[in-house]
Design a protein around this ligand. Structure first.
Ligand code: PLP
Length: 490
């Protein structure tokens, strides 16, 4: 494709994307396809020659769009928002168009230095002190793995430099709340700690936040048994209920054992753009006395804030701790520049995408005040929905609404007593899944069921860029209608 051909096809594609976003509210939210249907609609053999962009766009319309659950739809209130702000989409396009190669500072000085600059802008915007330095990773899952690799090596005296984990006399242990995201146990396993050395710490029955006493007891028991606490993952905004672990109380407990503290704020980190929500990470810098600072913090602009996937920030206080574990200096990457940041040594991949561009475009084209206003709108809408649910007979809000997610359940009288005691748990679960699945299948809205305290409930997680109160209300109306229908066949 020549640049001129690209220009012509690109205009067609941009027009199509703009049209798609304009009419997205008319589409069903949940993909209406059956397994295998998308593949069956495509040729089973590769194209023999060249095709025109119009043929491709016709297939986007015919096969691809119906094969997507429309997470940019204003009535998608299921999974955490995964916004793809169009301003950031342009930045992503610029990144691909430039075709930069981020393998060293020398290969793309602008890629490295823009990343340094936007990470520092984001640091300032979220109220972090200047002692934090950031890098952009693909996901919070990778960020957690990177943090745990560094934690493992610090706790194990840099065993990678000789016999590795297998040479350590003491098992190293990682702690996280029982509500931590599945990416945390996954990172623990991938980092080689082993399932036996992961402690999922009990949470408060009301707030679902990690219980500091339970953490302290687990750490003490491990030490008494000859094991070494290596890391604590603190969840700020858990996936099920957006519970907030009490960071300021947990830090000194971890600090007594020299354990690394990684703060996972994948979704909730966006709220730090609002000064009134900085309490979420109170204590992160330590108090200069008994309480040490956390070691790493990650959050995803690609969630609620809306910088298109993939864009996850990982801040550390001491990048040398990453570099010591992950630096490589093969001869073919010899650099003529000194004293520059080599981001390949701060994480896993060698070749890095120019992700800073999408954050840069997003911040400059949409502007921080507009992003903040949208976040505040979503917080208000969640509050308003929680009040409506609490006021509706037969419905219950199951967890504190600290951010933009409301956890609710329809509790028909035969299944749950007036005092909230569950009379028939299995039937209640069937009922919850029946109405939530029916709502999703209808295409009118999308909610996400999840298990809390062993029972199914439904999360309404507000935060798509285009979601207004009318959309939340429409989903709430549809939820009541589906629950009434499901109740009729109990
Ligand atoms: N941590 C939390 C609390 C999450 O909610 C999620 C995803 O929703 C993740 C981590 C993983 O995020 P990612 O998809 O960027 O790996």
């Amino acid at each position: 494709m020549t640049p001129e051909e690209f220009r012509a096809a690109g205009h067609v594609l941009i027009d199509w994307i703009a049209d798609h976003r304009t009419r997205i509210a008319d589409l069903p939210v949940q993909a209406q396809v059956r397994p295998g249907e998308v593949a069956a609609a495509l040729p089973s053999t590769p194209p023999a020659g060249t095709e025109d962009i119009t043929a491709l766009i016709a297939d986007l319309e015919r096969v691809i769009v119906p094969g997507l659950t429309q997470v940019q739809h204003p009535r998608h209130v299921g999974w955490f928002p995964s916004n793809a702000a169009l301003a950031s989409v342009l930045g992503d396009l610029a990144s691909s168009g430039l075709g930069g190669l981020g393998i060293s500072w020398q290969s793309a000085p602008a890629l490295t230095e823009l990343e340094q600059v936007v990470c520092d802008w984001m640091r300032q915007l979220t109220g972090l002190s200047p002692s934090w330095q950031g890098a952009i990773h693909d996901t919070a899952s990778t960020a957690c793995l990177v943090a745990l690799l560094a934690a493992r090596e610090r706790a194990g005296g840099y065993s990678v430099e000789h016999g590795g984990l297998q040479s350590l006399p003491q098992p190293l242990v990682v702690y996280a709340s029982e509500q931590a995201h599945s990416s945390v146990p996954k990172a623990v396993l991938l980092a080689g700690f082993g399932r036996d050395n992961l402690r999922l710490i009990q949470t408060d029955p009301q707030t679902h936040a990690m219980l500091p006493d339970a953490l302290a007891a687990a750490m003490a028991a491990d030490v008494a048994a000859g094991r070494r606490p290596a890391a604590v993952v603190v969840s700020i905004g858990t996936t099920a209920t957006t519970a907030v672990d009490p960071l300021a109380t947990l830090l000194p407990i971890a600090g007594q054992h020299g354990a690394w503290v990684h703060v996972d704020a994948a979704m909730a980190g966006s709220a730090l753009l609002l000064p009134e929500y900085r309490w979420l990470i109170d204590g992160i810098d330590g108090d200069g006395a008994g309480s040490p600072a956390a070691d790493s913090l990650s959050w995803n602009p690609h969630k609620w804030m809306g910088t298109v996937l993939d864009c996850s920030l990982l801040y550390v206080r001491d990048p040398e701790l990453l570099i010591r574990v992950m630096s490589t200096a093969p001869s073919y990457l010899r650099s003529t520049a000194d004293a520059v940041v080599e981001y390949r040594d701060w994480g896993i991949p060698l070749g890095r995408r120019f992700r800073a561009l999408k954050l840069w475009f997003h911040l400059r084209l949409d502007g921080v005040p507009a992003i903040q206003a949208r976040l505040r709108r979503d917080l208000l809408n969640a509050r308003r929905l929680a009040d409506a649910v609490a006021a509706e007979p037969g419905w219950r809000v199951l967890a504190p609404v600290q951010l933009q997610t409301v956890c609710l359940r329809h509790e028909p009288p035969g299944l749950v007593a007036a005092d909230g005691a569950v009379l028939d748990g299995e039937a209640l679960d069937r009922h919850t899944l029946a109405w939530a699945d029916a709502l999703n299948a209808s295409g009118a809205g999308f909610v996400s069921p999840a298990v809390l305290d062993g029972r199914w409930m439904v999360r309404i997680s507000i935060g798509v860029e285009s979601t207004e109160w009318d959309d939340v209300e429409a989903v709430w109306t549809a939820a009541r209608a589906e629950a009434a229908r499901a109740s009729a066949v109990l």
